[in-house]
Design a protein. Structure first.
Ligand code: PLP
Length: 355
């Protein structure tokens, strides 16, 4: 079966096999990695390895630190303004996840939405030219490089003088980025990194100097950094699996190799959609996501049949997000090209039979 779920998403088979093989006895310790002390050598070396691999994969500059936190990306929607919003927080509204980040920030101070594609049902990413002049007074600019629900990807990294903050939950490690351009990156793990339960935060130390102290130390970036992400018990098993995924990524040739495969996967699926008169993707060509591909059928009365038949053919979880309907195929790193080939074959056959 191929799993097209938007999240939590599938992990590489070889990673799950390794986890299965060492589940009961981790490195001849006689116990599972789940059962060892988070302060002992076995787990602290997993944590160090995960951080080192992620740093290499993303080519993080020395100025940036990695934190493993809890509460998902959603907790970050509030934690970012509660640390860094002193006057005004600037946001780009490119979809449902941007909206959630904006709504959370409003509880902490003034929010300035520099640009929004809401009037066009979030079918494109606002260009920098449309908001450029507005950003200078804000404490930071927040944007969502990949909108998981709308299937919209920003084809550019904003160039701003203020700290740049990005929610990479659904595209981290799927394409190379210049991390030095960002002051703060965060990503829930459960799409391209590992199981739910951990959120990766990459923060420039310089930005932390402007942070407000938090009431809860587990949600205080400075305190988490000082404690190497272990103010309290971290989600050890999720971090262990993240490390295995990072190792798998290195074996695949790293992020640039992954990006090449992801481009191939996405272009194959978009071609199948665009070449047909039966399927349609509403997003502007330049802004189409490579990770989440929404599409609608010419006749939505066929949706239920499409979903039942695709499920029976081993193509899992193709239903679109409940807020938009239609279909959505998520093509995270663990999805092989063979999965996209199977999907496009199924789609062409479905069109021949029902189109
Ligand atoms: N941001 C983006 C872009 C997402 O896709 C998601 C979840 O799908 C979230 C935030 C929320 O993540 P979490 O469920 O980890 O809070």
């Amino acid at each position: 079966a191929f799993n097209f779920c938007a999240g939590p998403a599938s992990l590489p088979t070889s990673v799950l096999e390794q986890a299965q093989a060492e589940l009961l006895d981790y490195q001849s310790s006689g116990v599972s990695i789940m059962e060892v002390s988070h302060r002992g050598d076995l787990f602290t070396s997993v944590l160090a390895s995960a951080k080192a691999r992620l740093r290499r994969l993303m080519q993080l500059p020395e100025s940036h630190d990695i934190l493993f936190m809890q509460g998902g990306a959603t907790a970050q929607f509030s934690l970012i303004p509660s640390h860094f919003l002193h006057g005004v927080g600037a946001y780009i509204n490119s979809g449902q996840w941007s909206i959630k980040a904006i709504e959370a920030a409003k509880r902490f101070g003034e929010v300035q939405v520099l640009a929004s594609s809401e009037e066009a049902n979030f079918s494109y990413m606002p260009t920098q030219a449309s908001w450029d002049k507005l950003a200078s007074n804000a404490d930071y600019l927040h944007y969502t490089p990949n909108e998981t629900i709308g299937g919209v990807r920003s084809p550019f990294v904003p160039e701003v003088e203020i700290p740049l903050i990005a929610d990479f939950s659904s595209s981290i490690l799927s394409e190379t980025i210049d991390a030095s351009k960002f002051d703060f990156i965060y990503a829930g793990a459960q799409k391209n990194i590992g199981p739910a339960g951990v959120v990766v935060v990459i923060v420039k130390r310089e930005l932390l100097k402007t942070a407000k102290e938090q009431a809860s130390p587990v949600f205080d970036y400075g305190k988490m950094l000082a404690a190497d992400s272990m103010v309290n018990t971290p989600p050890t098993y999720s971090i262990y699996l993240a490390d295995l995924v990072f190792k798998w990524l290195e074996e695949q040739g790293g992020v640039s190799a992954m990006e090449e495969i992801n481009n191939q996967k996405a272009s194959r699926l978009y071609s199948c959609i665009d070449d047909s008169g039966f399927y349609r993707n509403p997003v502007a060509l330049s802004d189409r996501s490579r990770m989440n591909v929404p599409f609608i059928l010419a006749d939505d009365r066929l949706d239920a049949t499409f979903l039942a038949e695709s499920e029976a053919a081993g193509l899992k979880s193709l239903a679109g997000h409940r807020s938009v309907g239609g279909m959505r195929a998520s093509l995270y790193n663990a999805m092989p090209l063979a999965g996209v080939n199977a999907l496009t074959e199924f789609m062409r056959d479905f069109e021949r039979r029902y189109g």
